[in-house]
Design a protein around this ligand. Structure first.
Ligand SMILES: Nc1ncnc2c1ncn2[C@@H]1O[C@H](COP(=O)(O)OP(=O)(O)OP(=O)(O)O)[C@@H](O)[C@H]1O
Ligand SMILES: [Mg+2]
Length: 231
């Protein structure tokens, strides 16, 4: 920032494995979004290394980063970031347009993604004709339409009431259950509880990295003596 140097992330070392469900927490300005931008290849670190699927992507140029984003990462944002003048279907087709998918396949894949988020009957609606939760579901459909291995969600429930937010989290949980790696930023404990692991940032540093049981996990009471051990 001009003559002022901002260290948005410092000495960060973290490994995330395929299929994990990770929540990133921490105060405002602690580097959560910056971390997501690096993970999603929207930004590259000034120093250090980022390996994605065994490939060092930290020194790649714009075009290579764009190619990786198209194939490997889906993004979900707090403000949904849908194209206002386009239907749900057209919004979900957009990433496929960039990856050069033919029209018929685009339409089919987008319809399938909208179906997967429970919005088959809202395909022709414009964002203004959808509720907040529905808009976020369209955004999730758009994020998964290219079948990425990773979904990155920066405060996906931040603009939603808690019931609708819970529905969005259930959807992300479902994607994780189908093998997608889900990494989300949240300020809310209740939202972070869906994850299996919580990273906490402060002043650009990772200060805690904790595994946790999830909300909704079955707790076995009166387990038979020979039964499975409690988690
Ligand atoms: N483009 C930029 N140029 C300069 N500094 C930036 C830029 N983006 C973010 N920062 C600074 O980097 C630090 C980390 O910002 P970041 O957006 O990652 O925080 P955050 O944890 O996502 O915060 P919030 O919870 O408010 O979204 C902050 O000090 C911020 O002011
Ligand atoms: Mg942020």
């Amino acid at each position: 920032m001009g003559s002022q140097v901002v260290h948005a992330l410092k000495e960060l070392t973290v490994d995330i494995t395929h299929g994990e469900f990770v929540a990133i927490m921490g105060p405002s300005g602690s580097g959560k979004s910056t971390c997501m931008h690096v993970l999603g290849c929207l930004d590259t670190p000034t120093s250090g290394e980022y390996q994605l699927d065994g490939e060092d992507v930290s020194r790649l140029g714009r075009d290579d980063l764009a190619r990786i984003r198209r194939h490997k990462v889906g993004f979900v944002f707090q403000a949904f970031n849908l194209m206002a003048g386009a239907t749900a279907q057209a919004n979900v087709e957009l990433p496929l347009l960039y990856s050069g998918e033919p029209r018929v396949e685009r339409a089919e894949k987008a319809a399938r993604a909208l179906d997967a988020v429970g919005l088959a009957d809202r395909r022709h609606h414009l964002p203004t004709q959808l509720s907040g939760g529905e808009m976020q579901r369209v955004a999730i459909a758009r994020a998964i339409v290219n079948d990425p291995g990773i979904v990155l969600a920066d405060e996906p429930t931040g603009a939603l009431d808690s019931v609708t937010g819970g529905e969005i989290m259930a959807l992300l949980d479902d994607l994780n259950g189908r093998g997608m790696t889900v990494i989300l930023v949240t300020h809310e404990r209740d939202v972070a509880r869906y994850a299996r692991r919580v990273l906490t940032f402060r002043d650009g540093r990772l200060i805690t990295d904790e595994a946790q049981g999830r909300a909704g996990d079955a707790v076995t009471v009166n387990a038979p003596e020979s039964g499975p051990s409690l988690e």
